[in-house]
Design a protein around this ligand. Structure first.
Ligand SMILES: *[C@@H]1O[C@H](CO)[C@@H](O)[C@H](O)[C@H]1NC(C)=O
Ligand SMILES: *[C@@H]1O[C@H](CO)[C@@H](O)[C@H](O)[C@H]1NC(C)=O
Ligand SMILES: *[C@@H]1O[C@H](CO)[C@@H](O)[C@H](O)[C@H]1NC(C)=O
Ligand SMILES: *[C@@H]1O[C@H](CO)[C@@H](O)[C@H](O)[C@H]1NC(C)=O
Length: 543
């Protein structure tokens, strides 16, 4: 390409991967694209570096007047759009690559083959949790910074979260332990009332999120514990079961929760039966929990929760999700809860958490799907920094971004339909948490400076939440000459687009050819330690 064709003073931006321009249409697309890149709309990451001081440890800082945004140039049929985030410095950086109708070039590191004719599960969504901690942090910001944060998470130029998990009453990420009904013996739930935390820290933010997403937000709830008087131990925290005979009252408590939220304009999509029910058997467990084993959960749903929700006005179409605990318990838990046809008629799927993944292979997910192909599997909670010695935020730490992307790709490739993160935002200490269970979050609020920090994890999750819209369908992807433990990948189709996400877990650059079964190919360089999203249009030759 001659320099006289370059529309910008600096020709750096004119380098389009894959060769020279051939048609006027292509030139037009390129000009339109360069216009987007030329700074009219784009807002890059405002980097802040952290020790160990190297180019690799940084976050992107947003405040009342500034936040980096992600562009969405329109897609042509001649080129693919590539977004990448990497340890060495990219954050949703955008470029294009030519789509070639000839066989991919030789001499590359390897190939990723995508076959849209072979389809798997459909996406439900990606998101995070409206915990009290998240709400307290977000509400501590000025109106304009808070708006930037909500735009970042739910907005069109942000992560476009499509799921939100809402705790029913308090969790370890609350400032205190509280329930919605502390009146011992009130089995009719006459004194049920939402807490100040709902009214101040959850409902206003959920309403804003519903507005920003145009209602395209699937809300799912989970209780951590019944009120203290309803538990055998008389305490919300620590192990223990629901007191016998209170199953009907406990089911009524869920229904009242959905009625109250609906009266504030918030409809729910699903509820889990119980957050991490197996933690309720651990003798030294530190915070709110309540024990169910799979048989107990099955009976409670069949006889109480299922019928109570179905008979209610506010929650009659709600989906019920079992387990909501580590995948370690699969496929046994699913086999047990689905073994009773009545329970199975109420239960749409199982929720999984990532905390014991190292000792429970992802093949358990596929085994669960194969045994129950008409039921869902959803990742309902994950967070980094939950283990000592790094029991707190790690600013700018890429390995945590890689952990998110690895878990998401592994889950998606084993029939999981979505992935919901834990706290949407935490403070610089990783709280507040009355239980001192400080952890990390993709967004850290620094309220003394009226700013928030976007951790590398935020970008890793955005590569999925932003592009894999609800209804996207996973399709077959496979590698040739690349080790797919080092270069993980997952491919989707949605609305005439192909979306391929690639995680490079090693310090090597790869020069890859993507080959779609239709005969087209795209040459893409994959940076060391990076997450890359490649999006291209379905080609006319291949309907
Ligand atoms: C907000 O961030 C922008 C970009 O980093 C910076 O120029 C500006 O000074 C910041 N404003 C405040 C009040 O810190
Ligand atoms: C969001 O709120 C604005 C301002 O109140 C309103 O104009 C708009 O219609 C709302 N959008 C949706 C999708 O609810
Ligand atoms: C659950 O606990 C009950 C009561 O202790 C027991 O009968 C049942 O076998 C347990 N279920 C499983 C799957 O362990
Ligand atoms: C939070 O803001 C304060 C200034 O108010 C600053 O000193 C501190 O370094 C910031 N914390 C982080 C983690 O960036």
């Amino acid at each position: 390409m001659g320099s006289n064709m370059c529309p910008l003073p600096s020709c750096r931006l004119c380098a389009v991967e894959g060769g020279s321009l051939q048609s006027n249409g292509e030139m037009f697309t390129l000009l339109a694209f360069l216009f987007l890149l030329s700074g009219v709309f784009s807002a890059p990451c405002a980097k802040r570096f952290f020790p160990p001081l190297s180019a690799n440890h940084f976050v992107c800082v947003c405040n009342a007047t500034y936040c980096d945004e992600y562009e969405e140039p329109s897609l042509s049929s001649q080129s693919a759009i590539i977004y990448s985030s990497s340890e060495s410095g990219d954050r949703m950086s955008i470029r294009t690559a030519r789509i070639s109708t000839i066989k991919g070039k030789r001499g590359v590191s390897g190939r990723i083959k995508v076959d849209p004719r072979v389809t798997y599960q459909e996406i439900i969504g990606f998101g995070g949790a409206f915990t009290d901690a998240a709400g307290i942090n977000i509400e501590s910001l000025s109106d304009s910074t808070r708006d930037k944060l909500m735009q970042t998470v739910f907005g069109n130029k942000g992560s476009r979260y499509s799921t939100g998990r809402v705790p029913i009453a308090s969790t370890d990420f609350s400032k205190t332990r509280y329930s919605y009904n502390d009146n011992a013996g009130d089995v009719k739930m006459n004194n049920f009332a939402l807490a100040q935390e709902d009214l101040k820290y959850k409902i206003p933010l959920i309403l804003r999120a519903l507005n920003l997403t145009g209602g395209d937000l699937r809300l799912l709830s989970s209780p951590w514990s019944a009120p203290a008087w309803m538990k055998e131990t008389g305490k919300m925290e620590g192990p223990g079961r629901l007191r016998k005979g209170l199953e009907g009252a406990w089911a009524k408590y869920y229904v009242r929760f959905f009625e109250e939220y609906l009266s504030h304009g918030i409809p729910f999509w699903a509820t889990t039966v119980q957050n991490e029910p197996t933690s309720g058997a651990l003798p030294d467990y530190g915070w709110q929990t309540m024990y169910w084993n799979s048989t107990g959960e099955r009976t409670f749903v069949a006889n109480h929760l299922g019928p109570a929700l179905a008979a209610s006005k506010a929650a009659k179409n709600l989906m019920i999700i079992a387990l909501d605990d580590n995948r370690f318990w699969l496929p046994m838990w699913a086999n047990e809860v689905y073994s009773d046809p009545v329970a199975s008629s109420f239960i749409s799927g199982v929720g999984i958490h990532w905390y014991l993944d190292l000792i429970s292979p992802a093949s358990k997910l596929t085994a669960t799907h194969n045994a129950h192909p008409d039921k869902l599997i959803l990742a309902t909670e994950a967070c980094a920094g939950s283990n000592r010695p790094h029991h707190s935020p790690a600013f700018g730490e890429w390995s945590r971004a890689e952990g998110y992307a690895r878990s998401i790709i592994e889950d998606l490739n084993n029939f999981v339909a979505g992935w919901t993160d834990w706290n949407i935002a935490l403070d610089t200490e990783g709280g507040p948490t009355w239980a001192k269970n400080f952890v990390d979050s993709p967004i850290i609020v620094n309220s003394t400076a009226d700013e928030f920090l976007k951790q590398p994890m935020h970008y890793a999750l955005t590569h999925f939440s932003r592009f894999l819209r609800p209804g996207s369908k996973r399709v077959q992807s496979s590698t040739v000459d690349i080790d797919d433990v080092r270069v993980m990948h997952t491919a989707f189709v949605f609305d005439g687009q192909r979306i391929l996400n690639i995680l490079n877990t090693v310090d090597t650059e790869y020069d890859i050819v993507i080959e779609e079964a239709s005969g087209i190919s795209i040459n893409v360089k994959i940076a060391p330690k990076s997450v890359t999203t490649v999006i291209w249009k379905k080609q006319l030759m291949y309907q």
